[in-house]
Ligand binder design. Structure first.
Ligand SMILES: *[C@@H]1O[C@H](CO)[C@@H](O)[C@H](O)[C@H]1NC(C)=O
Length: 237
């Protein structure tokens, strides 16, 4: 009996500890895999960022060393697939919480920022513009996180054809809103990819700063995923 009880407790604890945690650790460019950690700044843990005023909200922190010195070339108008998995190691086999725990709902959002050198360490002061968002579809009740789960961790982001050629960081985040009825509570899982956009045009989209784009009162930073039937994705598109 005692043994059974102990294993029951262990089972319940294990089941309860399945977490939303996820890490964006690789990209594909127009369907071509670049390799794990190539041209992506991969954090060493899958811990969430929860402080939206912290520099970690820019590109995360505490990266696997050495950080990739690769810059992935992408034609303007091309598709970059941001690949999320449960741990920083990427896909390591069947795992009910890969790419993330499907019970943890929330949006997936991507921003670009022009940068002199996509491999430079300093990411402060960049001007970000949103190029992708996947929040809550009120018809299907599916979240961006559901699409991420169903796609095996791929968030496919089209690089606008109108932006200027040059080096950029691509910031992609999966936000878990399971404990987000008040701030702090939302959990941000994000990384930045290092890109060289070729071709392109002359557009200069309106931009925001990180930190700054999100505040505790920005719509979508708090949410009740168990009650709300609509959701506003944070940040302007
Ligand atoms: C996303 O891109 C990957 C390749 O990078 C591809 O295998 C997958 O089919 C794409 N998913 C969608 C929904 O287009």
């Amino acid at each position: 009996m005692k043994t059974h009880f102990a294993s029951l407790v262990a089972f319940v604890l294990t089941a309860g500890s399945v977490s939303a945690r996820t890490v964006f650790s690789a990209i594909a460019v127009d369907g071509v895999e670049q390799g794990h950690g190539i041209a992506v700044r991969v954090p060493t843990t899958n811990n969430p960022v929860t402080d939206i005023s912290s520099p970690s909200i820019i590109c995360n922190t505490d990266f696997i060393q050495p950080v990739s010195s690769a810059v992935a070339s992408v034609p303007a108008g091309g598709v970059v697939s941001a690949e999320f998995h449960h741990t920083p190691a990427g896909y390591i086999g069947p795992d009910p919480a890969d790419p993330l725990d499907p019970t943890n709902k929330g949006p997936v959002i991507a921003y670009l920022a022009s940068i002199p050198d996509a491999t430079q360490t300093d990411v402060s002061g960049l001007k970000w513009f949103k190029i992708f968002e996947d929040g809550l579809n009120p018809q299907t009740h599916q979240w961006g996180s559901d699409h991420l789960f169903n796609s095996g961790g791929f968030a496919n982001v089209t690089i606008p054809s109108c932006i200027e050629a040059g080096q950029y960081l691509l910031r992609v985040e999966s936000i878990s809103l399971s404990s987000a009825t008040s701030y702090p509570g939302a959990q941000f899982f994000l990384s930045c990819a290092q890109l060289e956009v070729t071709g392109g045009g002359k557009a200069s989209p309106a931009t925001v700063s990180f930190p700054g784009a999100y505040t505790p009162t920005t719509p979508g930073i708090t949410a009740n995923i168990y009650g709300d039937s609509t959701y506003t994705v944070p940040g302007e598109l």
